[in-house]
Design a protein around this ligand. Structure first.
Ligand SMILES: [Zn+2]
Length: 243
């Protein structure tokens, strides 16, 4: 196996001094964001595939994925083994460890990045700047109250490129769905913890052992998020509950 020439402290000037005259383009940090169901995880896997087929080596990371720890899954049925990003994972340390084992890491695919810590986003930026690792981060921009997730905010501040993922996801009214609403027992929630895992509509049931509160998420246009209108189907269901 060829040993990796990457080091965390690789410095362009040192490379030139050492006779490495490669033109260094540097890595880049790109953030792709959009509401749930807009195809972010599918794009993440496509990105991994495109790089891997060019002979590049990467790592796929995710956190609180719908398939559980250690796996990135998509609503359309694709999936891949992934490193689970717990709150105390040092992503720089993880990459350094791979290099120490002689494993190349040219790029990182970071799904659900809005649920990483701000410190982990800083680690990603470090990897780009000091080691030319390309980082592709995917996630939600805003929470159910339309406030930025702290990690998403940091990505907006630091990323070289920010892209809104444009797979059409529509509000019930037909307008582009831009915002996630948290629906608790049939009504739109305006306060609560920033991260609450709900039923995202893929299996129709709540996880075993979950409390009796029914939490789900629904994508709405800004207008209907602001007035809290979940649409005719939800209104009909609400009336049924009253009967
Ligand atoms: Zn709407």
């Amino acid at each position: 196996m060829t040993s990796s020439t990457q080091t965390l402290d690789e410095d362009p000037a040192a490379c030139v001094a050492a006779g490495d005259s490669r033109l260094r383009r540097g890595g880049s940090l790109k953030f792709f964001y959009g509401p749930m169901d807009c195809g972010k995880s599918t794009l993440a896997l496509q990105m991994d595939y495109n790089h891997a087929r060019q002979g590049r080596r990467g790592l796929v990371l995710t956190t609180i994925d719908r398939a559980g720890p250690g796996r990135l899954s998509t609503r359309i049925g694709l999936g891949k083994e992934a490193v689970d990003v717990g709150a105390d994972l040092d992503i720089r340390g993880l990459v350094r460890q791979r290099w120490a084992q002689g494993i190349r890491v040219d790029y990182l695919i970071c799904d659900e990045a809005s649920f990483y810590t701000v410190a982990q986003i800083e680690q990603l930026a470090d990897l780009v700047d000091t080691s030319d690792v390309d980082v592709y981060a995917f996630g939600l921009a805003t929470d159910f109250r339309t406030s930025l997730f702290p990690a998403a905010q940091r990505l907006f501040e630091l990323a070289d490129e920010v892209t809104r993922v444009q797979v059409e996801v529509l509000c019930w009214c037909g307008r582009p769905g831009l915002l996630n609403a948290r629906v608790v027992n049939g009504g739109i929630a305006r306060e609560g913890d920033q991260v609450v895992i709900g039923d995202t509509g893929t299996d129709g049931g709540s996880p075993e052992g979950a409390p009796e509160v029914d939490v789900r998420y629904q994508v709405l246009c800004r207008r209907h998020h602001r007035v809290g209108d979940l649409g005719p189907a939800a209104r009909a269901e609400g009336q049924l509950r009253l009967v």
